[in-house]
Design a protein around this ligand. Structure first.
Ligand code: URP
Ligand code: ZN
Ligand code: ZN
Length: 472
């Protein structure tokens, strides 16, 4: 029995960690595929093998015949309850983690963004409180938004507290963005202390100039958001980030890579042996900039940074995943309701940037990646789970199916057909950028830390997730 505190503050005994036997499983990891049984006990994978001998009582047996068993997904890039001038992003940790679990993602990495003048550690404590309601395990990347006297020590304190990845924004210069000199300082300190710097790569100053020029000429609709952030503003920032990484010897991770040219610079850096990792997101793989043509209420939901690109970019990014140049698919989940997007009806600069996707990431990568022969089953696991665990220090606790790993497992039915829609998604948002997308394959049962979280379309979670402390 596990002890839980209910909403009235009373302690109650609930059985969360059942002894579960999964039979007839086709286990797929990033490295292999094999048939076996899996026995789960006390939240961990206790045994893997054929005709297992289990001495304890088995409380649930799952017959996984005709299903795949994948490691639970890890989304390394989400923004729950992100404060913006148009209000908070519409999923908080409770609703967002629930949507994530429905889609087979069992671990989230969100962000700590301090207010000006606030210490990184204080901001971390506040953010951890906000994440208390998460139904799945979580961690954070911490964003220094200024370089102050104590920043170096605060970065070390974060690493001591189990946060080893940091995020800097090369755009958004008037709010959370850092100038190049300060990014250098962050990289230098983080690199020296065994961490990794993740970067939002867009040349902020140039974009601000382009945006203001467009608005002055009366170009106010959402399509000008995309026009104000041309492809070269990303790839030049990527090049700059790589140069800084070379000089500071700090490993870097380029978030939401959206253009083919950026992927090319990343590939060149990797070939030279630099620790440069990169992420893309489903929206940059399956959507393109034709979405910006139309009326405001249809196009505003695609306002995100970087913006959607060309079909050719989609193809290069798929290719880059299959070649291992892009390691992960995060979502940059940052949904806003129509009412919030409408704040920018008269001026695209006021439209809150971002869209949801945490629920659909795995389905989209499976349907349009695996089933379209763009990536293999093993690569699907690698890009949706294992690489994020490895890069961000969660491996092999997460991202793997092995004895001793957390029992975060998906019983995946490869044949289930569904249609993504605002009518049936669990994301707390009245907009859906993948509206009408037909998908094949989805998780029938989602297990996290040995607890059944979702079964046959029903949410079954009784417990909350925990903060994951990561080693440097
Ligand atoms: O448009 C986006 N991506 N909004 C969220 C913040 C960010 O840049 O990642
Ligand atoms: Zn970003
Ligand atoms: Zn983001």
């Amino acid at each position: 029995m596990d002890e839980l505190v209910n909403c009235s503050g009373q302690k109650v005994l609930v059985h969360l960690h059942m002894n579960i036997l999964i039979k007839n499983a086709t286990i797929v990891t990033s490295a292999r595929a094999f048939n076996s049984e899996i026995y789960i006990s006390d939240g961990k994978i206790a045994q893997i093998g054929k005709a297992l001998k289990i001495l304890e009582p088995i409380e649930k047996t799952i017959d996984a015949k005709g299903r795949f068993v994948f490691p639970g997904g890890i989304d390394p890039h989400v923004h729950m309850q992100l404060p913006t001038p148009a209000g908070f992003s519409s999923d908080n940790f409770e609703t967002g983690s629930k949507a994530a679990l429905f889609g087979g993602t069992t671990t989230l990495i969100d962000f700590v963004t301090p207010n000006k003048g606030q210490s990184l550690i204080d901001a971390f404590i506040d953010r951890k409180r906000e994440a208390d309601n998460s139904f799945c395990d979580y961690s954070f990347h911490v964003s220094p938004i200024e370089w102050a006297q104590n920043t170096e020590q605060e970065i070390r304190d974060c690493i001591e507290s189990g946060i080893t990845s940091f995020k800097v924004y090369m755009a958004y210069k008037n709010t959370i963005g850092l100038n190049d000199e300060d990014i250098f300082k962050v990289m230098h300190v983080v690199g020296k202390n065994g961490g990794i710097v993740t970067l939002h790569c867009e040349t902020g100053d140039e974009i601000d100039r382009l945006r203001n020029d467009l608005v002055k000429k009366g170009n106010l609709s959402p399509e000008f958001h995309a026009i104000s952030r041309p492809a070269h503003t990303e790839s030049e920032a990527v090049q700059m980030a790589i140069e800084m990484s070379k000089i500071t010897k700090c490993p870097i991770y380029v978030v939401h890579t959206s253009t083919g040219e950026s992927a090319q610079f990343i590939e060149n850096a990797q070939k030279t042996g630099y620790p440069v990792y990169s992420e893309t997101c489903p929206q940059y793989l399956v959507l393109d900039d034709s979405k910006y043509h139309g009326i405001f209420n249809d196009t505003c939901k695609y306002v995100m940074s970087p913006p959607l690109r060309k079909r050719e970019d989609n193809n290069i990014l798929w290719n880059s995943i299959s070649k291992g140049i892009i390691s992960t698919a995060g979502t940059d989940h940052c949904p806003f309701n129509l009412e919030q997007k409408l704040k920018g009806k008269e001026d695209f600069r006021k439209i809150p940037n971002g869209a949801g996707g945490v629920e659909h990431r795995m389905k989209l990568l499976f349907t349009l990646g695996v089933l379209q022969n763009r990536i293999s089953y093993n690569q699907f696991v690698d890009v949706t789970s294992t690489q994020a665990a490895k890069i961000f220090g969660l491996y092999p606790q997460k991202g793997e199916i092995a004895v001793g790993s957390d029992a975060d497992l998906l019983i995946w039915n490869p044949k289930t057909e569904s249609v993504i829609s605002v009518e049936n998604h669990h994301q707390n948002c009245d907009l859906e950028i993948y509206e009408g997308f037909k998908t094949v394959g989805e998780p029938e049962i989602v297990i996290a830390n040995g607890e059944i979280k979702v079964e046959n379309g029903k949410f079954a979670s009784k417990s909350k997730g925990k903060f994951l402390k990561r080693p440097a």
